[in-house]
Each structure stands twice: as structure tokens, then as C-alpha cells.
Design a protein around this ligand. Structure first.
Ligand code: MGD
Ligand code: MGD
Ligand code: MO
Length: 679
């Protein structure tokens, strides 16, 4: 080993995260010596998080799946036996083929989650599914589809300015986002702005981990941010913080919007949001005191039944102030300024593709008819942990005839499968990664061979295509050929060789989003009044406020029994349910719940007590952290815990869709908490 040559390979982390960090892997033979950030990515600047540093522990973890497994005991009891890949392919064929013949291809649900943000190799799946004749897929997502759709209907596109532009602002409004956990590279630019004298306001029912340098913190009642934004807009207009010229040229529906604002009194807004009129006024005074303000939007505020309209209401604020398309102002959400990627290997698209199932309402496969869902293929997803209403989902999954899961570990979901296929991890495959916190495209280079009998998802589909006798031209084996073809077909002005060294930013990238004032909505203007929204989604064309479901006002009966609002923010040491294995990370934390001193006292709960958090859907057990870290009436447990920790938060959440965008309203959830002694 000592005389083995050191190899250094550039690659990129493919997790579902804003960052998409450029990485450098140092190896001797197939052994990783060091993992570090790659300075060639201007957005991530050579900095990676503790999760990235822990990859070697994930890759070599003793729990890693190394062989195909076939279920031998009752579903969900973790009884499996090792089988060969040939046997595994026969099992898929023997179960899926009759389903297609007897019920049609839509009787199989192809469920693909966000576990791997590779943009190319996942397309490979369709070479198989299209040739199968179709499938049932999902629509919307668990993540941000309410906000994404809202922004699209408002501005016509999803654009951010470059992160470096944050440094030019004078006021940062951090709204329902916790970047020190979820998007640490943006914190660098936030801090630079603060060092230059910018002020910061945080809007979050929690004293979140990014807010300690805030000059003002507003704690809205959960899910009332849309109403809060209406209050802010009223005060802005009162104070003359309006750019008439910008509105005339670029905004549709300002007059109707202004009239709508009159429907809400400041007193009512303060009562319902639980943010005082003075605090709202203070925010607007800060906006008026500076010329440039920037709103940095996360996703926490839109995980509610009104998440779409809430996003539209917040978007209206920079719009009426004309704070769009200029240096130091604007709205950050997701950056997806890049041309469409063109994949050249699609077989003809079959008729039988059904996508009427919301990803966040997976248990509804139970109701699907003509044909019913009989089989399920799951890849890069852990719905038993990450999807809402776990108990309901579990029951439905028990009813499936056959379930296949391609995974790295025996997750809560893989445990439910009939067949578990060991899938490659990121250093074991090639791909191109698009993140949503910056617009650089990066090459994920294969760095090492798969351990055991592990296969990439692409290889799995290749074997499967062969077993089904499909045309293999749609499932080419050579990665380099595929990558070159996609780069050239998509019109990227780069080459595979160049991408090995440098991330690619397409030449038309706007460092200042909307500097050209082109808004590709139906009217060509920013739509405060969006008729198309009413037409397509049946919701009000203006960003009106609708009380979130399962709150003290919308469900007073439920509130009597379960008087605490349950939030489930994203954790520092995980990406959703990933990274639970490495010791470096798992030793850092245990399941905890923040509860306000007042609410704890009323329940005789002391700091460090073990508590049961429960409602009509389920229960979890966590350690109470008593203090002022959350607003009274609200508790928070970070999401992503596996069931064996007793803290699988989605046992409590309802599978409810957002107002539009087919998003998941995880945070509309009432619970009660009591002190316990076990388990
Ligand atoms: N370390 C880490 N990084 C991640 C992830 C991870 O799991 N871990 N996940 C990635 C993914 S998939 C996503 S979608 C993003 C999520 O990135 P973020 O949006 O930053 O994360 P969240 O924790 O969902 O929500 C942010 C904040 O919203 C607050 N919030 C909850 N309800 C409300 C409300 O009603 N109003 C307001 N104003 N705030 C509210 C929460 O308290 C939380 O602090 O992060 C990505 N990056
Ligand atoms: N209560 C609550 N629940 C939430 C949220 C919340 O805020 N609150 N946030 C939601 C959000 S924003 C999101 S994005 C979803 C995420 O939910 P999911 O998309 O289901 O993501 P994960 O839970 O990370 O599970 C991904 C799984 O994919 C596996 N995997 C990773 N890479 C690969 C690969 O290359 N191939 C294969 N076959 N498998 C792979 C991992 O091992 C992991 O088990 O969770 C949501 N769940
Ligand atoms: Mo997400």
C-alpha cells in the first residue's frame, strides 16, 4: 500500500442540497485517504460540510447493502436472504411481467425520490419504463413544489442572482430558511454583507441556527406568513415604499392587489399572525431606511396547506418596491438558470403513463383504479421515513403484491420490500450534477469500484432491460459516450474533458437575475394577479390569505386535544433521512424537541426530560429541550430520524397537499406532549 500512487479525482456531492459541493477525493488504490472541498467551484469555494467529510464512513459502513436480498419473513420484519443478481432479475420479471399483462403497465408505480441529484443517469430509467409500455409516476414533490409553482406563476421563471450579489445588499430578510444548516455557502456571503454594515431580519417561529446576528426577529404563528406579508405590504404602501415606474412597466394587477390588501386590517393581521403591528412597522422602517433589501426564502414557510399563496404574498414585496433585477436587491429561492438538458436515448413514449398521484399523498395508491397499483419500484427514496403519515402509508404498502427497492442501506422503506437491490454510492458512478443553490453544472466522476455485488442504478436497469428482452440501444453501457452525447445535444459550450477540471456555467447566466426585465409569464409581466393560476389550479388569482388547516382557528376541536403546532425543520447532520450511519454524525446527536418554557412548565416538563409527542395519527419519543428557542405554542423536532430511534416524525404528520403545486403540507400538524419514563 505504501508504494501505491496517490490519485486525486475531482467530483461533486450529489445530495439533495442547495450546495452541490465540488469535492476532491484523494486515493491510494481504492482506499480513500482524504476527502476535501474543491476550490474550482466558485459557489462552494472548497468548503464542504461534516456530512461530506463523513462519506468514507458511509461508503465502508458495515450496514451497507452489498448483495441482492429477497424477503423471507413477513413484510417489514427485516427477514431477508442473499440471492444472486440473476435470481433478482428473474424475480422482477416473474412479478412485473404478469402485472403488465393482466392489469396494464400503470399497475406498477415507479417511485423515484431525491436521494441522488444526478441529472443524467436517472434518465436511464426511462429506457426501461417506456419499453415496458408505461408506468404510474408521481407529480409534485415533498420539498418545494408549492413555492416553485408560485414563483413560476409570478415571475415566469425560477431565478436567483449569484450568491456573491448578497454582499451588495443593505438589508437581508431571512424568511423561513435556516442556511447555516441547509445552505452553508450562502452564510459566507450573508456574513460578508453584515460585515459591510447590512442589517438582518429573521422571520421564523424558531430562533433558528442562522439568526443570531439578526437585528430583528419576527416569530409568526406557523403558516401565517402570507398574512404577515400582506401586513408588510400595507405598511410599505403607507410609507411610500413603492416604485410606481417599475410597477407600470413590469407588473400586472397592482391595483387589484392593492384593493385586496384593504380586506385585511393591521389589527386582524397582528392577532392572527401573532406578530405585533409595531414589529411589522419596525421591519418596514428598516426596509425604508435602506435602498436595497434582499429576501432570502427557504422552504419551511411553504410546507403548509396555504404554501403556494404564502409564497406569492412574499414575492409581492420586492415587486411593489421595484427591488428586482438590480444589484443588491431581489429574492433568493432556487437557482435554475440553465438550458434544458437533452437526453438522446428515449424510446418512443408509450400511452400508458399515469401521473395523477401526488408524491406527498403516496398512500392514495390504495384508491387508484383501472388499473389498481399492484407493484412498486422504489429508487433513491425513503418514503417510510420522509413522506407524511407513516402509519397510513405502511398499511397501504402491506397491500402491495410486489415491491422492489434499490438502496444503500436497509432503510425503513427497504425493510418493507420484497426485493432489495444494492445500489452504488456517488463515488462509484459517473453523472452530471445540477444543484439548486447555484447554476454550475459539475461532473461527478466515478472514483472507485463498487464494493461487493453493488451495481449502479444504471447497471441495474441494463440488466433488467436485458431480462425483459428490450432494445438495448436505449440503455447504452458506456458512460463516456452518454455524457459526451448529452453535453453536445444540450448545447453546453464545454467538453467532458473540460468538465473533469472545471464546473460549467452557461454563458448567458445572469449574475443579477431579471436584469434584462424579461418575465416569461403569460402576460410578459410579473403577475400579482395571475389569471392562469385560477385557470390551472382553481385558486384565487391574487395572493389572498387562507388560514392553514389543522390550526387553532381552522380546527378548534382538534386544537383542544392537541394544542401545539409541530414543526420538523431540516437537520444539520443529515440530508433528510440520509447520513444516519456515519459514527461522526450519529454520535453528535439524539432526537430532541424544542419546547417553550411556558409550554413546558404547563406540562411539568423539565429540560432533558423524555417526552412523548402524540396526536391521532401516532406518537414519537424524544428528549425535551426547554427554553425560548421556539415560539410558545410551537414545538420542533428535526426530520429524518429512522424508526428505531423512536423519533420518526412523519408518524405524526398528515398527508395533505398544498393549495397548488402538489406540495406536501408537513407542518400543518397539531400535537400534544407529555413527560414519560420510557422507551
Ligand atoms: N444540513 C441539511 N441541509 C439540507 C437539507 C437537510 O436535510 N440537511 N435538506 C435539503 C433540502 S431537501 C431542502 S428542501 C432544503 C431546506 O432548506 P430550509 O428551507 O432552510 O429548511 P427547513 O428546515 O425546511 O425550513 C427552514 C426554516 O423554516 C422554519 N419554518 C417552519 N415553519 C415556518 C413558518 O410557518 N414560517 C416561517 N417564517 N418559517 C417557518 C423552520 O423553523 C426552519 O428554521 O435544505 C437542503 N439542505
Ligand atoms: N416531516 C417532514 N418530512 C419531510 C420534510 C420536512 O421538512 N418535514 N422535508 C421533505 C423534503 S424537503 C424532501 S426533499 C424529502 C426527501 O425525501 P426522499 O426523497 O425520500 O429522500 P431521503 O429521505 O433522503 O431518502 C433517499 C434515499 O435514497 C437513497 N439513495 C441515495 N442515493 C441513491 C442512489 O444513487 N441510488 C439509489 N437507489 N438510492 C439512493 C438513500 O440511501 C436514502 O435512503 O423529505 C421530505 N420529508
Ligand atoms: Mo427538499
Amino acid at each position: 500500500m505504501a508504494d501505491e500512487k496517490l490519485r486525486i479525482v475531482n467530483t461533486v456531492c450529489p445530495r439533495n442540497c442547495y450546495s452541490g459541493c465540488g469535492m476532491q477525493i484523494h486515493l491510494k488504490g481504492d482506499k480513500i485517504i482524504k476527502v476535501k472541498g474543491n476550490e474550482n467551484n466558485p459557489a462552494t469555494r472548497g468548503k464542504i460540510c461534516l456530512k461530506g467529510l463523513s462519506y468514507p464512513q458511509m461508503i465502508d459502513h458495515p450496514d451497507r447493502l452489498l448483495y441482492p436480498l429477497k424477503r423471507t419473513g413477513a413484510r417489514g420484519t427485516s427477514q431477508f436472504e442473499r440471492i444472486t443478481w440473476d435470481e433478482a432479475m428473474d424475480l422482477v420479471y416473474d412479478h412485473f411481467k404478469p402485472m403488465v399483462e393482466n392489469y396494464g403497465p400503470e399497475s406498477i408505480l415507479y417511485y423515484v425520490g431525491s436521494g441522488n441529484h444526478g441529472s443524467i443517469m436517472q434518465q436511464y430509467a426511462y429506457g426501461f419504463w417506456y419499453q415496458l409500455g408505461g408506468f404510474t409516476g408521481t407529480r409534485g414533490n415533498l420539498c418545494d413544489s408549492a413555492a416553485t409553482e408560485a414563483i413560476r406563476y409570478t415571475f415566469g421563471a425560477i431565478k436567483n442572482s449569484a450568491l456573491t450579489e448578497i454582499e451588495h445588499t443593505e438589508l437581508i430578510i431571512l424568511w423561513g430558511k435556516n442556511p447555516s444548516f441547509t445552505n452553508m455557502h450562502s452564510m459566507y456571503h450573508i456574513h460578508k454583507a453584515l460585515e459591510k454594515g447590512a442589517k438582518m431580519v429573521t422571520i421564523d417561529p424558531r430562533l433558528n441556527e442562522s439568526s443570531n446576528r439578526s437585528d430583528l426577529h419576527l416569530y409568526p404563528r406557523c403558516g401565517t406568513d402570507g398574512l404577515l406579508a400582506i401586513g408588510v405590504a400595507k405598511c410599505m404602501i403607507n410609507k411610500g415604499l413603492v416604485d410606481g415606474d417599475f410597477i407600470n412597466k413590469h407588473v400586472l394587477g397592482y391595483e387589484a392587489y392593492k384593493t385586496m390588501l384593504d380586506d385585511y386590517s393591521m389589527e386582524e393581521i397582528a392577532r392572527l399572525t401573532e406578530v405585533s403591528v409595531e414589529a411589522i412597522q419596525q421591519l418596514v422602517d428598516m426596509m425604508a431606511a435602506v435602498k436595497k433589501f434582499t429576501i432570502i426564502l427557504g422552504k419551511g414557510y411553504q410546507r403548509y396547506s396555504n404554501g403556494g399563496q404564502t409564497t406569492r404574498a412574499i414575492c409581492a414585496l420586492p415587486v411593489i418596491a421595484g427591488a428586482i433585477g438590480k444589484r443588491g436587491v431581489g429574492l433568493y429561492f432556487n437557482d435554475s438558470q440553465r438550458p434544458m438538458q437533452k437526453w438522446s436515448y428515449y424510446p418512443p413514449k408509450p400511452q400508458h403513463i399515469r401521473t395523477t398521484l401526488n408524491m406527498g399523498k403516496l398512500a392514495e395508491i390504495d384508491h387508484m383504479q383501472e388499473p389498481p397499483i399492484k407493484g412498486m419500484w422504489i429508487e433513491a427514496a425513503n418514503p417510510m421515513t420522509s413522506n407524511p403519515n407513516r402509519h397510513k402509508l405502511e398499511k397501504v404498502l402491506h397491500g402491495l403484491d410486489y415491491m422492489v427497492c434499490a438502496e444503500h442501506f436497509l432503510t425503513d422503506t427497504a425493510k418493507m420490500a420484497d426485493l432489495v437491490l444494492p445500489a452504488a454510492m456517488f463515488l462509484e458512478e459517473n453523472d452530471i450534477i445540477r444543484s439548486y443553490g447555484h447554476s454550475y453544472l459539475q461532473l461527478k466522476q466515478k472514483v472507485m469500484a463498487c464494493p461487493g455485488e453493488v451495481k449502479t442504478d444504471k447497471e441495474i436497469y441494463h440488466m433488467l432491460g436485458k431480462r425483459f428482452g428490450f432494445d438495448m440501444a436505449y440503455l447504452p453501457e458506456d458512460d463516456a459516450t452518454i455524457l459526451r452525447q448529452v453535453i453536445s445535444a444540450s448545447g453546453y459550450a464545454t467538453t467532458l474533458e473540460e468538465m473533469k477540471e472545471t464546473p460549467y456555467l452557461f454563458p448567458e447566466y445572469d449574475a443579477i437575475a431579471y436584469a434584462n426585465k424579461i418575465f416569461p409569464t403569460e402576460s410578459g409581466k410579473i403577475e400579482l394577479y395571475a389569471e392562469s393560476l385560477q385557470r390551472d389550479w382553481g385558486v384565487h388569482p391574487l395572493p389572498i390569505y387562507v388560514e392553514p388547516s389543522e390550526s387553532k382557528y381552522s380546527n378548534p376541536e382538534g386544537f383542544k386535544k392537541y394544542p401545539l403546532q409541530f414543526m420538523t425543520a431540516h437537520a444539520k447532520e443529515r440530508i433528510n433521512s440520509q447520513f444516519t450511519q456515519p459514527d461522526w454524525l450519529s454520535e453528535m446527536v439524539e432526537p430532541e424537541m424544542h419546547i417553550h418554557t411556558k409550554d413546558a412548565l404547563a406540562r411539568k416538563i423539565r429540560n432533558g426530560d423524555r417526552v412523548r409527542v402524540f396526536n391521532q395519527r401516532g406518537e414519537i419519543y424524544v428528549k425535551a429541550l426547554v427554553g425560548e428557542a421556539v415560539q410558545s405554542g410551537t414545538v420542533n423536532v428535526f426530520e429524518g430520524w429512522y424508526d428505531h430511534t423512536h423519533a420518526s416524525v412523519n408518524k405524526l404528520t398528515e398527508d395533505r397537499a398544498t393549495d397548488f403545486g402538489h406540495g406536501a403540507a408537513f407542518h400543518n400538524c397539531l400535537v400534544e406532549v407529555e413527560k414519560v419514563n420510557g422507551p
